[in-house]
Write a protein that binds this ligand. Structure first.
Ligand code: ZN
Length: 396
């Protein structure tokens, strides 16, 4: 919601009027100088939308303010012309409406365009959410990278490295929505107040690493005949892409990282296909390059890659993980009921590379149980299991 500065207003004052954390107002207006607001400048108020209202007989500014549970000045801020004492019946007002509901609906076939639309909606309501593209997919889709909070602890979550694990995007986007929602409602999630998390952490989320792959699984192959024919050939003649994990070049993005890549290649297919082909060299694909560059640039303290399925959390790589990893994974296991697994014979994954090059905690979280793609009917159960991990990865 947008309001316009009056002489003497301040962000601090707006935070009092709208009952919002001061910091989220500052962060929603990064282009403005909080110390020198200029009259008539537009200011974004997060967590609110406006709604038209026609003045009825008997209404006063006071009675309307009581009804919407805000001070009278919240109404004056949106309706600069009105007189506080002589409200005319029939006058059109704009009233602030506090958003107290989710706008993301993750319980559906959640493809790239749905995610993009949800990010736009979230940014309009919560302008303190920053979206910077981390790069483009093979088919030139922008890969969004979202950042929330400006704290010291830099945490990273990603989802849908693997195409037919797209439910992880829906889960992560729902958490993002719940986190934003709680921040503008002075709220808590599972009893944990989220404003301290916002102030202490900077959470970066790449909700869909592999957008071309996700759309292939959900919507079928693209129109372009060459691409289409290649994909069907690599899929052994089948037009059913529900087993597809790779990107649109048939490269498994989670076998692409320079962490014993050669060992992974030895035991895996040598040509493009639905899964496990690691490419002709590490980081040959634009999606994995984008993730590597982001990780170098942002210097994350810890990373969590969300996959399906198995209800397990992988947390080690060649014994290079730092000692604090074990404490963290035990907490993740406690809150989710998932099983920690230190190592398996697997290399060249994103978390493997992160552990190897930074010696910091990196995790692959396998959400849910069943056959990929997991049915959307598991959404609520998976979300409950994942929620504890999302929160403790920020809190601990
Ligand atoms: Zn996976």
């Amino acid at each position: 919601m947008e309001i316009f500065v009056r002489p003497g207003d301040s962000f601090w004052y707006y935070s009092q009027v709208f009952n919002l954390p001061y910091q989220v107002i500052i962060d929603s207006n990064r282009n403005l100088n909080a110390q020198e607001l200029i009259p008539n400048q537009p200011v974004q108020i997060p967590g609110y939308v406006t709604s038209p209202y026609t003045v009825q007989r008997g209404d006063t500014v006071w009675s309307i303010a009581q009804r919407i549970n805000l001070p009278m000045d919240a109404i004056f801020l949106l309706n600069s012309g009105i007189s506080p004492y002589a409200l005319q019946v029939g006058t059109q007002l704009l009233l602030p409406v506090r958003i107290t509901w989710r706008v993301v609906n993750g319980k559906q076939n959640y493809d790239y365009s749905m995610m993009v639309q949800d990010i736009r909606t979230l940014q309009a309501i919560y302008p303190f959410l920053v979206n910077e593209s981390i790069g483009n997919s093979v088919l030139n889709k922008e890969i969004p990278g979202l950042t929330i909070g400006k704290g010291q602890k830099r945490v990273h979550y990603n989802a849908s490295f693997h195409a037919n694990e797209w439910i992880t995007t829906a889960i992560v986007m729902t958490f993002l929505n719940d986190y934003l929602l709680s921040l503008t409602n002075n709220g808590s999630i599972r009893g944990l107040y989220t404003l301290p998390l916002y102030n202490q952490t900077s959470l970066n989320i790449v909700p869909m690493v592999n957008p071309d792959g996700v759309d292939l699984v959900l919507n079928g192959p693209p129109e372009n005949e060459t691409i289409r024919n290649n994909l069907i050939e690599w899929n052994k003649g089948s037009t059913d892409f529900s087993d597809w994990k790779a990107n649109i070049n048939g490269v498994d993005l989670n076998d692409q990282f320079p962490a014993e890549w050669e060992l992974e290649r030895e035991r895996n297919p040598k040509t493009p296909g639905p899964r496990d082909y690691g490419g002709e060299s590490p980081l040959s694909e634009p999606e994995s390059i984008a993730m590597a560059e982001l990780t170098v640039e942002r210097d994350f303290a810890r990373v969590l890659a969300f996959h399906t399925q198995g209800q397990v959390i992988f947390w080690g790589f060649m014994g290079l993980e730092p000692p604090e990893t074990e404490q963290l994974v035990n907490e993740f296991a406690r809150v989710s009921g998932y099983k920690p697994v230190q190592t398996i014979e697997s290399y060249a994954g994103y978390k493997d590379w992160f552990i190897q090059d930074w010696r910091r905690p990196g995790f692959t979280v396998e959400l849910g149980l069943g056959t990929n793609p997991l049915p959307i009917s598991q959404f609520d159960e998976i979300y409950e299991e994942a929620l504890g991990i999302f929160l403790s990865a920020l809190y601990m």
